[in-house]
Design a protein around this ligand. Structure first.
Ligand SMILES: [Zn+2]
Length: 268
């Protein structure tokens, strides 16, 4: 139960991060924005562990709202030592929610006879300085904060494909989608008329080959020996073997009987 909640709140964190232009949490932590927030937290609350009083070298989040992630609300951030941070974030090896972790830190602090309330909750905005590696969409592409449901054409969506022809993490980020994206995301992004056009297009674009398409371009027919020689071990013919026999792919039903009837005319 705890685990489920905890996972859900990290999904919120990651979605919030993407909405302010950071692809992953690890990446955010390496950016100047976070490095600056961290320094301000130490400056404001001191560089000693909120829980145990040891020198602090980390900052604990009790909340992953956009204001906190942007550094506009420092009151949800706590200087902590590495030991307390690790201890508070796990229960029996399971990651706990930030709120539960914060309660554990507060209890440890209270056990030293100190007040858990912190005076002053600074919420001044950090000047928006963005000299860090924020995700940028590939040249010529728009980055969306929210998925543009029902707004894209097929051609527009194709621009987000990688060289391998699929859509990767950067594409999802640029389209404002979480990773992994929700089911049916591709269809949902397309304009309604594009969705209607697709099945018809596919049907007319590539009709399946029929027996009329069987036959080599030079008009010759393979012999029975040739057909049998190209058969591979497990009783079938590979695509390339069929091509050399003049059979299109996928092979139409009855191709073998047709070839054999042609071959029997060649060899009396
Ligand atoms: Zn500590």
């Amino acid at each position: 139960m705890i685990r489920k909640k905890a996972v859900a709140c990290y999904a919120v964190r990651d979605a919030n991060l993407r909405s302010i232009g950071y692809l992953t949490y690890g990446y955010y932590c390496r950016c100047d924005l976070w490095i600056g927030i961290r320094a301000r937290v130490f400056e404001l609350y001191g560089k000693e562990c909120f829980a145990c009083g040891a020198p602090a070298e980390q900052v604990h989040h009790s909340d992953y709202s956009i204001q906190v992630l942007r550094g506009e609300d420092l009151s949800k951030l706590y200087p902590v030592c590495g030991d307390c941070h690790l201890w508070c974030e796990f229960d029996n090896g399971f990651k706990v929610s930030p709120r539960r972790a914060t309660d554990k830190l507060k209890k440890r602090r209270a056990s030293r006879g100190l007040s858990v309330e912190r005076e002053g909750t600074p919420t001044q905005a950090e000047p928006k300085k963005r000299n860090c590696r924020v995700f940028k969409p590939p040249p010529g592409l728009r980055a969306y904060q929210e998925p543009p449901w029902g707004q894209l054409t097929r051609a527009e969506l194709d621009l987000y494909r990688t060289k391998k022809g699929s859509w990767g993490r950067p594409a999802f980020a640029a389209l404002g989608l979480p990773n992994p994206p929700p089911k049916g995301w591709l269809r949902r992004l397309l304009r309604p008329e594009e969705n209607l056009a697709q099945p018809q297009k596919q049907r007319t674009a590539e009709p399946l080959p029929t027996l009329a398409d069987v036959g080599r371009e030079d008009g010759t027919w393979p012999t029975v020996e040739e057909i049998n020689a190209l058969e591979h071990g497990n009783g079938g013919w590979s695509r390339s073997a069929l091509a050399s026999l003049g059979v299109p792919w996928p092979p139409p039903k009855g191709w073998k009987r047709l070839l054999e009837s042609k071959a029997s005319r060649l060899t009396p």
